[in-house]
Design a protein around this ligand. Structure first.
Ligand code: ADP
Ligand code: MG
Length: 484
């Protein structure tokens, strides 16, 4: 049995990154690294002892860890990695190289292609920088897709066959950024209609708020400010992050650490009980501010909350129960969070990869929004009508499929034919003149013969990159002309 090539789906996130592959419509596989983690911190560092680049938590302990490199993508800046200055693309490429390496190890095979996701608001430069990073990492980048599109793909996999348009809102609250995107999802493509967000809001803010709360409390009790020592404050911040995550599933948490400081020759430990309520009070103001972004995004899309068919939660921070409540309240419907919010984007990227290889065939990924055809002479009730718009690719056809039609010589000894390629103007007209002319080409060399004997086959093939290959073949001689 021939095995389909695997395209790796990668969510190259600001704070965390994930990789996933498609196995079947009911099975996607998250890829784990050596430490058995499938969510890795997007942190890169240089280990002075081993003289090696390290990642994730290991990188956090190095002298100059690089955090949140994604924010720098597409900018003309240099970052310090070990003894060298490098571009943001190089740092992102290192993360991608690492992902490639552990994915290949985990799967036991080489992976050459990847689909990488980017925020909906990334401009061309930022997308190009991401593409470049992928290539530097040794991938052929099969496609760059936006994070909300990927999320919508992950959620809509089960009903992608439906030819309907679904209005989707994707609420993405990650570690350092917040995005709301509203779009219309159809046939695997999310057409963004509006969006808003705050690129300075995320889980990291909640960690810092909780860290301050813990430190203030400790200071009140023991008169020592834990923030005075950098190492200690990092320790508290990590504790805070963990406690925050626990509070998403538990009502209260114990924050404990045996040794925190020394006072009068005695060691003092950290021992604190925190309820979800107290924590949510701390962050409620920040979360409330996301309501405005939702409204702005709706306004941009010229839609009302009621118009939205599906609200999707992505980003690790949407696991916080208060987030779900606020979104539900603002949208008047229960948001969907049944797919892991921190894995959904990489899953969608994997699905996109499977659509490209054809492993996932239930989804018609991209459709052609227009019809395409040529100008031809047709016989209408015994009369030859020239300039007729003869459709070769009908509107809403899937891309990456070849369409062809045969045309016969209309005159005796016709030696050439003018091939005029048109794109429909969505006007209700049968005439080529009412469509948009894309290209014309004179095909010569038709052997002399009586009218109706010689034929030319015209093939249209619409590529994913939005170009179309046109081939015309003189059937009797096999002479071929190609144009794009
Ligand atoms: P990004 O897209 O910004 O790279 P993610 O979507 O992976 O990041 O979100 C990471 C953030 O989600 C971190 O701040 C992390 O602490 C937070 N997070 C992860 N799990 C939980 C949880 N169970 N409860 C609350 N926050 C969580
Ligand atoms: Mg994310």
């Amino acid at each position: 049995m021939s095995k389909k090539e695997i395209i790796l789906g990668i969510d190259l996130g600001t704070t965390t990154s994930e990789a996933c592959i498609y196995i079947s419509k009911s099975k996607l596989k998250m890829i784990h690294n050596d430490d058995n983690d499938d969510i890795i911190a997007s942190v890169v560092g240089f280990d002075d002892l081993d003289k090696a680049i390290v990642f994730g938590e290991e990188a956090e302990d190095t002298k100059h860890p690089i955090f949140e490199v994604k924010r720098e993508m597409g900018k003309n800046v240099k970052l310090t990695l070990g003894d060298t200055k490098v571009t943001p693309e190089v740092v992102s490429a290192e993360i991608l190289k690492y992902i490639k390496k552990y994915s290949e190890e985990s799967l036991g095979e080489k992976i050459s292609r990847a689909v990488i996701t980017v925020p909906a608001i990334f401009n061309i430069k930022q997308k190009e920088a991401t593409m470049k990073a992928g290539e530097m990492a040794g991938f052929k980048v099969a496609r760059i897709i936006t994070e909300p599109t990927a999320a919508a793909l992950a959620y809509c996999l089960e009903n992608t066959e439906k030819e309907e348009f679904v209005k989707v809102m994707v609420y993405d609250l990650g570690g350092g950024t917040f995005d709301v995107s509203i779009g219309e999802f159809n046939n695997g493509v999310l057409q963004i209609l509006g969006g808003d967000g705050d690129n300075q809001l995320g889980g990291g803010d909640f960690d810092r708020l909780l860290c301050d709360y813990i430190c203030d409390d400790f200071q009140k009790q023991h008169g020592i400010d834990l923030r005075d020592d950098i190492k200690t404050s990092i320790k508290v911040l990590k504790k805070a992050k963990k406690a925050k995550e626990t509070l998403s599933t538990r009502k209260k948490v114990l924050i404990k650490e045996g040794f925190m400081a020394v006072k009068n020759g005695k060691t003092i430990s950290l021992d604190m009980e925190l309820t979800r309520e107290t924590f949510e009070d701390m962050i409620s103001e920040k979360l409330e501010s996301t309501r405005e972004a939702i409204q702005k995004a709706l306004k941009g899309a010229k839609l009302k909350a009621d118009d939205i068919d599906m609200v999707l939660l992505v980003g690790g921070s949407t696991r916080i129960p208060l987030v779900k409540e606020i979104v539900k309240d603002e949208m008047g419907q229960k948001p969907r969070s049944d797919i892991d919010p921190d894995r959904a984007v990489s899953m969608g990227a994997a699905i996109q990869g499977a659509i490209i290889t054809g492993a996932c065939d239930a989804v018609i990924m991209d459709i052609v929004n227009f019809s395409f055809g040529i100008s031809a002479v047709v016989d209408i009730s015994g009369q030859d009508v020239p300039g007729y718009y003869s459709v070769i690719i009908p509107e809403n056809s899937p891309m990456l499929k070849e369409f062809s039609k045969k045309y016969y010589a209309v005159r005796d000894n016709q030696e050439e034919v003018m091939l005029e390629v048109y794109q429909s103007n969505k006007k209700e007209s049968f005439f080529a003149a009412d469509q948009s002319l894309l290209k014309e080409y004179k095909l010569k060399g038709i052997p002399p013969a009586p009218a109706g004997k010689e034929s030319v086959t015209v093939k249209f093939f619409y590529n994913l990159n939005g170009t179309m290959d046109v081939t015309a073949i003189i059937d009797s001689t096999g002479k071929e002309a190609k144009l794009t």
